[in-house]
Write a protein that binds this ligand. Structure first.
Ligand code: 6PG
Length: 242
């Protein structure tokens, strides 16, 4: 599989969600593989996508073959408003009929170091590898206004090249502990979809798309599907300064 990067720009966030949902339907329906492993992003951006997947496209997605993972999680209880898992339950998992064994939650309530190790082992047990690195079929990423992605923040760029599968990260402002996939695992995915919408992301998107010196300080800039396909799904607002 060749390394390709593509940028798709849509008028509204809803059209971004629809485009990503259709891609998930297309790839998940391929019957040449027994399962389709997707790592989800957290935050707010995926909420609209999850709504699309749980309503308009619900009957087109073979849920019994889909395995959900997370690209990162806050080290909080699964019932905490901050939990990416809770957000996914609220907007998607509570609305679809998916086998519970297909849900691979990061246990944010556990000791971060121990859970990073446990989750890494669960990933290794379930996924194929390429170059001895686990391969996700699809990783969906958001991007923060500071250019972070997953929970790899600009002041922790070393997590991009960590030789671990999962790392413990610290939110630079709140100090909140997080568990994140390392950049090496993210970049090893077959497909990476960035879901970025809103005016507040426009400056960073402009820096990244114009390959500026400032971009090189941003974790999101260093995401590249080394042996797969990277597609940026943007709305007009996020793309307005390219
Ligand atoms: C998280 C996310 C994070 C998110 C960005 C964008 O745990 O917060 O995984 O990487 O994707 O911060 O967040 P919004 O979608 O809320 O802008």
């Amino acid at each position: 599989m060749t390394t390709e990067t593509e940028v798709r720009i849509f008028e509204t966030p809803k059209k971004v969600y629809k485009a990503i949902a259709k891609e998930i339907v297309k790839h998940a329906q391929k019957t040449n593989q027994p399962r389709f492993d997707i790592a989800l992003s957290g935050g707010n951006s995926p909420k609209g996508l999850f709504k699309k997947m749980s309503k308009k496209y619900r009957d087109l997605i073979p849920w019994d073959r889909i395995h959900f993972w997370w690209g990162d999680e806050r080290c909080v209880s699964p019932h905490d408003a901050e939990s990416n898992y809770k957000m996914t339950v609220d907007y998607l998992l509570s609305k679809i009929n998916i086998p519970k064994e297909n849900i691979h939650r990061i246990k944010g309530e556990r000791s971060p170091v121990e859970e990073a190790q446990r989750y890494s082992e669960e990933i290794t047990l379930n996924l194929n590898s390429r170059n001895e690195i686990p391969v996700f079929d699809l990783i969906i990423l958001g991007m923060g206004g500071d250019g972070h992605t997953a929970s790899i923040f600009p002041n922790q760029m070393e997590l991009l090249n960590s030789d671990k599968i999962c790392e413990v990260a610290l939110h630079p402002n709140s100090g909140q502990k997080r568990i994140t996939l390392s950049g090496r695992v993210i970049n090893n995915a077959n497909r990476i979809f960035f879901l970025v919408t809103g005016e507040n992301k426009a400056i960073r998107i402009s820096e990244i798309m114009n390959d500026t010196d400032a971009a090189k300080q941003l974790p999101a800039y260093h995401i590249a599907a080394n042996s797969g396909r990277l597609i940026w799904f943007l709305d007009d607002a996020a793309a307005s300064k390219i």
